[in-house]
Structure formats: C-alpha cells, structure tokens
Design a protein around this ligand. Structure first.
Ligand SMILES: Nc1ncnc2c1ncn2[C@@H]1O[C@H](COP(=O)(O)OP(=O)(O)OP(=O)(O)O)[C@@H](O)[C@H]1O
Ligand SMILES: [Mg+2]
Length: 133
C-alpha cells in the first residue's frame, strides 16, 4: 500500500490524556485500513488550526453501511473509536463507499486538545523573526 502523511499548520502540544485517545482512534483507523480495505493507497492528514482534525483515508473496498451503523458482533474497533471520540468531546465521521473507499475523520476542539492557547498574530510574527517581545 502506498502511504502518505501530510501535516498542515504548526504542530502544537496536546493534553497527554486527549492525545493518547486520539492516538488510539487513529491507530485503529490505520489498522482497519491495512487489515480490511484492500486499498492501494492510504493517506493520513493532520491539521492544526483552531481545532485538531485528523483524517485517515483509503481507496479500498469500503465498509458496508450496515457495519458502519450497527458494527460487527464481537468486534470493537469502530465502536471503540466512537466511544473514545465521545469521551474527549470530539466528532468522528465515517464516510465510506465501495467506489471511493473509506475516510475516517476526527475533529477535536482546540480548547480541549491543545495545552496552550494559540499564539496571537503578533506573537507569531515575533517568533518567526525572533524579535524579543
Ligand atoms: N477501512 C476499511 N475498509 C473496509 N472495511 C473496513 C474498514 N474498516 C473496517 N471495515 C469493516 O468493518 C468491520 C468492523 O471493523 P472493527 O474495527 O469494528 O472490527 P474488526 O477490525 O473486524 O475487529 P477489531 O477491531 O475488534 O479487532 C471490519 O471487520 C471490516 O469488515
Ligand atoms: Mg478493527
């Protein structure tokens, strides 16, 4: 499988407990893509903005709608991702079709996941040019 990782925005420190949950959600999404999707491509994207958004997408066979809504008996990957997302106040979206594969997106509000408030525009410029404040 051809894989790609894209990071947009400036990386920010995360609350460790929330970060661990995010890690487990994304790990499971990647694991599922590797085990089930039969995809030739896997893309992971992280976006640091007001909120943290991460998407894992594959171009594989897709997840049957019934499995998305009801899960699979005795299998807890998708269910676990949803429960973890709920617990940290995030939103999990599963988009899937047999034609285009699967995309799992998690969005966590910045005020929950990021440890420090975002720099204001003046601070950002100052840090780029290393101007003492
Ligand atoms: N990216 C994907 N592409 C295609 N099918 C998928 C994908 N992710 C999940 N599925 C389907 O959805 C089912 C449920 O996924 P889930 O992660 O809940 O269980 P599992 O991976 O089978 O087992 P577990 O995660 O408990 O080890 C899978 O068995 C598989 O059929
Ligand atoms: Mg799984």
């Amino acid at each position: 499988m051809k894989t790609s990782l894209r990071v947009q925005g400036e990386a920010r420190e995360m609350h460790p407990v929330v970060r661990d949950e995010v890690y487990r959600i994304v790990y499971e999404a990647i694991r599922n893509a590797c085990v089930h999707s039969k995809a030739s491509e896997l893309a992971v994207e992280l976006k640091y903005a007001q909120d943290l958004s991460i998407s894992v997408s594959d171009n594989g066979i897709g997840i049957p709608q019934l499995l998305i809504s009801q899960g699979k008996n005795g299998h807890y990957g998708l269910q676990g991702m949803r429960e973890r997302a709920d617990r940290i106040g995030g939103k999990l979206k599963v988009t899937s079709s047999a034609n285009s594969g699967t995309e799992i997106t998690i969005v966590i509000p910045g005020r929950i996941v990021f440890l420090r408030p975002d720099k204001n525009p003046i601070q950002k410029i100052a840090s780029i040019f290393r101007v003492p404040r």
